[in-house]
Design a protein around this ligand. Structure first.
Ligand SMILES: NC(=O)N[C@@H](CC(=O)O)C(=O)O
Ligand SMILES: [Zn+2]
Ligand SMILES: [Zn+2]
Length: 351
């Protein structure tokens, strides 16, 4: 069988990214900006990015932190709270400032305390979003402490997501960072106005990676990685060519001191090595030909944006990437896939 050694794709986009703020923003942004043309920027800062004015100020801070000559567009989101005003959301959308609104069930994940508890209170905003065609990105886990953490995504689909989509039928929804076969199946069964992002790390790890043979905080993220059968379902979906599945890295940097402690933060930092890992995974699945769709085309189609004209080339051979990056607050460990990727990014062209 002949193998190929070079792969040129349209420049990818990241449809779910945490850039943080301040020193951390300055440390992590260059890693995304070198490989990705655009990214959906998560609004879970402290305090969160709630209003159009907040998003405008955050976008300015991101643009100011970009390295000289970078070609990167942040696509801003608003953090949905029970006090969010439909009018403010509509204005932010009409001006082109905001690409999506983010729903965090209150307490579901990192910095989600201001999220939604009573979904009836956001009905008006969701109806307005459906009218104007503004997508809702959803962190899909229930927060009911009685529900096992490994079941929280599947239960969310039945208890919250499906009823919500029925109450607001025209609303475009992105199920963010799906981790289960139930998530995959729900997308496949509901072709209308529904897509899902899949992270790099959930294509690589299952729950054994976190817990077997010692506890490994760098593999702890939310939603938590599930059984192997779910990882395989995610790999099948990502490499299937089905355009409703697209890349959202959920690259979520935390310093090592914040992760390696008795109550460590959730999140994997995958921005630097996502593309080498994805090429490796897609090749393992015999699906290198689907990588461009997953990483560079399907997301922009879902969001109704044009694909990127610039190209990126991957070449066979291990990448030369750091295991950690330094920030003034401490080092941030780059996600270790447990293998040396067979591919590295060898060229980045502007057209
Ligand atoms: N994925 C994570 O484990 N963490 C994210 C939050 C999120 O995306 O849920 C973070 O902000 O750190
Ligand atoms: Zn999330
Ligand atoms: Zn996230």
């Amino acid at each position: 069988m002949s193998t190929i050694d070079h792969l040129t794709l349209r420049r990818p986009d990241d449809w779910h990214l945490h850039l943080r703020d301040g020193d951390m923003l300055r440390a992590v942004l260059p890693w995304t900006a070198r490989d990705f043309a655009r990214a959906i920027i998560m609004p879970n800062l402290v305090p969160p990015v709630v209003t159009g004015a907040d998003a405008e100020a955050y976008r300015a801070r991101i643009l100011a932190a970009l390295p000289e000559g970078a070609d990167f567009t942040p696509l801003m989101t608003l953090y949905l709270t029970e006090a969010t005003e439909a009018e403010d959301v509509a204005r932010a959308h009409a001006s082109g400032l905001v690409t999506a609104v983010k729903l965090y069930p209150a307490g579901a994940t990192t910095n989600s305390a201001s999220g939604v508890t009573d979904f009836a209170r956001v009905q008006g905003v969701l109806e307005r979003m459906a009218e104007i065609g503004l997508p809702l990105c959803v962190h899909g886990e229930v927060t009911d402490p009685a529900v096992d953490i490994f079941d929280r995504e599947a239960v969310f689909i039945d208890r919250v997501l499906d009823p919500l989509r029925r109450r607001v039928p025209g609303l475009k929804v992105v199920m963010e960072h799906i981790t289960t076969s139930q998530g995959v199946d729900y997308v496949k069964a509901h072709p209308e106005h529904l897509g899902a992002t899949i992270t790099t790390h959930h294509l690589v790890i299952n729950r054994n990676h976190i817990l077997a043979g010692g506890i490994r905080p760098h593999y702890y993220c939310l939603p938590v990685a599930k059984r192997e059968e779910h990882r395989l379902a995610l790999r099948a979906a990502a490499t299937s060519g089905d355009a409703r599945f697209f890349l959202g890295t959920d690259s979520a940097p935390h310093t090592d001191p914040a992760k390696l402690q008795p109550c460590g933060c959730a999140g994997c930092f995958t921005a630097p090595n996502t593309l080498p890992i994805l090429a490796h995974v897609f090749e393992e699945e015999g699906a290198l030909g689907q990588l461009e769709g997953f990483a560079s085309l399907n997301g922009s189609t879902f969001y109704g944006l044009p694909p990127n004209e610039a190209r990126i080339t991957l070449t066979r051979g291990a990448p030369d990437l750091p295991g950690q990056i330094e920030t003034p607050d401490g080092p941030v460990t780059v996600f270790d896939p447990g293998f040396v990727p067979n591919w590295h990014v060898s060229a980045r062209s502007s057209c």
